[in-house]
Design a protein around this ligand. Structure first.
Ligand code: PGA
Length: 253
């Protein structure tokens, strides 16, 4: 089992004061604990502040997206070098909300992953099927093609820098979670796809998080599955106690 990585995706939530308070409480409680890797993903406009608060702690900070270009006339966009500049080490790429609401394609996601890696940012690369795709028994097809397109022309060395997040779209923000067995099955499929594209060592060591309505009640069962190496948490990461309880569940495994 790999070291667990619990990441909080704050999405477009919180005021600056609330974000500072949340970061301060997480940092205060975790202090120097390093049993579990922990990260937070605030909105762009809070990154500078939150990086300042968490600087020197074990909690890493990342953005929820980035543009694949270095700089230029891309009004409203944020680049990898800008994220590095404010202290980010990680970035979420290909979240289903980006894919569905903002029409991000697998090939854009591939460019973003390559750009992130070239700037020294570690991507959390999200994949997952929609309800109708699961109902049609197409989960592995969909996740398999998201993986192969998203990782196209990446070397094993580059893939080792990634975390993959399996997030079934039907489980995000809905209160419906994949059962631990359902999630574990897709995680095993992802690992086998990485093994056939790369090698056993890369497949074994890559961390695969589960995301989709993870909360303090279901965390232990999900995280206890052999193929699950952490969680990408949305709603339950906005409140310090529930996020910290999920981290404790991971630490107790
Ligand atoms: P959720 O979100 O935990 O609120 O379902 C997870 C995510 O979108 O990463």
């Amino acid at each position: 089992m790999n070291k667990q990585f619990i990441a909080g995706n704050w999405k477009m939530n919180l005021t600056l004061d609330e974000a500072r308070d949340l970061a301060t409480k997480i940092c205060g409680t975790l202090a120097n604990s390093d049993v579990v890797d922990v990260g937070v993903f605030p909105s762009y406009v809070f990154l500078n502040d939150i990086c300042g608060i968490l600087n020197g702690s074990n909690v890493v900070v990342g953005a929820q997206d980035m543009n694949n270009e270095n700089s230029g006339a891309f009004t409203g966009e944020v680049s990898g070098p800008m994220l590095r500049d404010v202290g980010c080490t990680h970035v979420i790429i290909g979240h289903s909300e980006r894919r569905i609401i903002f029409h991000e394609t697998n090939s854009i996601i591939n460019l973003k992953i390559k750009a992130a890696l070239s700037y020294g940012l570690s991507p959390i690369f999200c994949v997952g099927e929609k309800q109708e795709e699961r109902d049609a028994d197409r989960t592995n097809d969909i996740v398999g093609s998201q993986l192969s397109c998203g990782l196209e022309s990446l070397t094993a060395e580059q893939v080792k820098e990634l975390t993959i997040a399996y997030e079934p779209v039907w489980a995000i923000g809905t209160g419906k979670t994949a059962s631990p067995e359902q999630a574990n099955e897709v995680h095993a499929f992802i690992r086998s796809a990485i093994e056939s594209e790369y090698d056993n060592d890369t497949a074994k060591n890559i961390r695969i998080q589960y995301g989709g309505s993870v909360n303090p009640k279901n965390a232990k069962d999900l995280l206890g599955q052999p193929e699950i190496d952490g969680a990408l948490v949305g709603g339950a990461s906005l409140e310090p106690n529930s996020f910290l309880e999920i981290i404790s569940a991971a630490a107790g495994l």
